[in-house]
Design a protein around this ligand. Structure first.
Ligand SMILES: *Cc1c(COP(=O)(O)O)cnc(C)c1O
Length: 220
């Protein structure tokens, strides 16, 4: 199947739902991104800051770039003001706040939550989120928390994955109802990748991050 058809197929699946497709273009060339763009795709995800910046420069300016990979401290300066949304924020929030303040802008962020069984993945626990959303964040007026992001366990066990998505959705609802900070607007729930986005949609995802199902497998 072609990239155009893959994009259209997924657009059809999210039609009528409040869900945005993020086409994950990491390692893929600009020509591939343009093919998806021609099919009406405007949101693209990259997991490395340098790659995001390089691609942004050479591609249509109305593309919205999402940083979905772990953000290292020494890359914060480069990405602030460049990404539409940073999905994978944990310990770097204070640096992003400082850098955004310095540049007189507001950065839109999602907090990454640890939902998988593997302990290799980044993200906050519920206890950490409780604390963060209980006080710390309120004073950070140059960042806007738009929601949560999570990655399910890499497993064939669909019920396990569904359970993890459901837990994340529960957390999302909890904070949506309880947090009353001006800079926290729980609107987006970023969950679901090529192998599990249909499940994620069933469980209430508002942003699916799909790479290989659009662009084909990656050769690292
Ligand atoms: C690579 C990546 C994706 C997309 O993965 P696919 O399985 O190719 O759809 C989604 N989210 C994150 C954080 C990624 O790093």
């Amino acid at each position: 199947m072609s990239i155009e058809l893959n994009v259209k197929e997924i657009h059809k699946k999210i039609q009528g739902k409040k869900c945005t497709l993020i086409a994950v273009s990491k390692t893929k060339p600009e020509t591939a991104i343009l093919s998806a763009y021609e099919a009406g795709q405007l949101d693209f995800g990259e997991n490395k800051v340098q790659e995001l910046l390089n691609k942004k420069q050479g591609l249509p300016q109305n593309i919205r770039w999402h940083l979905i990979g772990h953000l290292q401290r020494n890359k914060v300066k480069q990405v602030v003001g460049q990404a539409h949304l940073i999905h994978s924020v944990d310990s770097v929030r204070l640096l992003i706040q400082k850098q955004s303040e310095k540049n007189n802008l507001t950065s839109n962020l999602l907090l990454q939550v640890h939902i998988a069984e593997e302990d290799t993945k980044f993200g906050f626990s519920e206890a950490e989120l409780d604390e963060l959303l209980g006080s710390d964040l309120e004073k950070m007026n140059a960042i806007r928390i738009k929601g949560l992001m999570g990655m399910a366990t890499f497993t064939e066990d669909r019920e396990q994955v569904r359970k993890e998505f459901r837990n994340l959705k529960k957390l999302f609802e909890k904070y949506r109802e309880s947090v009353r900070f001006e800079n926290v607007v729980m609107e987006e729930l970023s969950m679901g990748m090529s192998n599990d986005f249909e499940l994620a949609l069933e469980e209430g995802s508002t942003m699916i991050r799909v790479g290989s199902a659009i662009f084909g497998t990656r050769n690292y």
